[in-house]
Design a protein around this ligand. Structure first.
Ligand code: FAD
Length: 383
């Protein structure tokens, strides 16, 4: 099945980028299942991503990146291809941007020059440490603290379920201080930083708990002004939330391709599954879901390219629509494949497990819907 992108009006640069991403996906394909079962960095995936040069999409050209600014549509298109091939690959790519974007937006020239070129070349791995045991959707409730002492900063607390924890070279960390919530750039080798694995998830992920035990940092470790962290956090979401939708589209399309192939090859009651109306309906409904999700995703990403902050609500809509659609699609695909859809670590079973967390991280669906509904009622002319 060819879900061609030509109908979406992508230009030559975007089509060339998709080809680059497909070449990387093909390079990783032989060990994708192995990598997706790992909760530590797969060295082969890291090498392949480094050689592709695609991580350079995640930082501005002034610091070794590809484009003047990080381009949400480009990130989205690449994630769509990578997620279809391997969630481990997709996550490694995405985290380089999600973990470093606050440096791009709020870092000093010195911080940018120190870290961003190495993020672009994948010499260092990035992480964004917001979540805590008692602060998930409600980030304002974080209890990690930073205090000034003798001209330095002292960071204390613990972060939970942090992607790349244990492998990352730095943690962009959310902490509370007198002025409000602040972001700090914490090198992973700072004395007092330790990590431990998080609980194993249904779809393995490089994930860990990070403890900051009175970590002493220079004043220059701040990103942006004291108490102004949420601007940078929202700035990161404005660029990257829609890319989760892109990944969800890729996952759904990958699952549907598997199920459609199966439905044409397997016969029951003397004819292919495809010729049984209810099975055809599952496939048709799924294709509709994929196409609708992709339309909204590309539209939101293109809008975010123009003005990320203004497009945040549309990015939330795309994230909810595409991740919820991916869950519906992959559930139907398992059904189309019967017992073959249930075989552990088969492509469809992997997609089935990988779809689920996407509705929880980077804004759980219910929380995003609160914002979407508020925006709807504030701007009825937009409908
Ligand atoms: C694979 C994975 C990777 C992750 N990586 C990172 C990372 O790199 N960095 C990081 O900081 N965090 C990371 N997280 C954590 C993630 O950001 C949180 O799981 C997410 O913010 C949701 O928080 P929670 O799990 O505590 O759920 P909760 O906030 O406890 O929510 C539980 C449920 O209640 C609903 N809910 C909560 N509040 C409301 C409300 N006001 N109205 C309606 N419904 C509500 C939610 O939608 C959800 O369904 C990761 C999580 C996963 C699964």
């Amino acid at each position: 099945m060819d879900f061609t992108e030509k109908w979406f009006g992508l230009g030559p640069a975007e089509l060339a980028l998709q080809q680059e991403a497909r070449a990387l996906a093909a390079a990783v394909a032989p060990f994708a299942a192995e990598a997706d079962a790992m909760s530590e960095i797969h060295p082969g995936v890291r090498d392949a991503l480094r050689e592709s040069g695609l991580a350079a999409l995640m930082v501005p050209a002034a610091y070794g990146g590809r484009n003047d600014d990080v381009d949400p549509l480009a990130v989205c298109l690449v994630r769509e291809v990578l997620m279809r091939a391997s969630s481990h690959l997709d996550s490694m790519f995405a985290l380089q941007g999600i973990g470093s974007y606050a440096i791009t937006r709020g870092g000093t020239d010195e911080q940018k020059a120190q870290w961003l070129p190495k993020v672009a070349s994948l010499e260092t791995l990035a992480a964004l440490a917001l979540t805590e045991e008692h602060a998930g959707s409600d980030l304002k409730n974080v209890s990690t603290t930073v205090v000034e002492k003798d001209g330095e900063l002292v960071l204390s607390g613990a972060k939970s379920f942090i992607s790349n924890a244990g492998a990352a070279d730095f943690y962009v960390t959310l902490a509370k201080e007198e002025a409000g919530l602040s972001l700090l750039l914490v090198p992973a080798d700072s004395p007092g930083v330790s990590t431990a694995p998080s609980p194993e998830l249904i779809a393995p992920h490089v994930l860990g708990e990070v403890v900051f035990d009175d970590v002493v940092l220079p004043q220059g470790a701040r990103l942006g002004a004291p108490g102004k962290a949420m601007r940078l956090v929202l700035g990161t979401l404005a660029v990257f939330r829609v890319s989760v939708a892109g990944a969800a589209c890729g996952l759904a399309a990958g699952a549907l391709a598997e199920a459609a192939r199966h439905a044409t090859r397997r016969e029951q009651f003397g004819r292919p599954l495809l010729k049984h109306g209810p099975v055809a309906q599952l496939l048709a409904d799924s294709w509709n879901d994929v196409e609708m999700a992709r339309l909204l995703t590309y539209q939101a990403a293109a809008q975010a390219r123009e003005d990320p902050a203004a497009a945040l609500n549309r990015s939330s809509m795309a994230k909810v629509a595409a991740t919820e659609a991916a869950s519906r699609v992959v559930d139907r695909c398992v059904q189309v494949m019967g017992r073959w859809g249930l075989v552990a670590n088969s492509p469809v079973e992997r997609y089935y497990r990988q779809a689920r967390p996407m509705r929880v991280y980077e804004g759980a669906s219910e929380v995003l819907k609160l914002g979407i509904a508020t925006q709807l009622c504030a701007d009825l002319d937009a409908i």
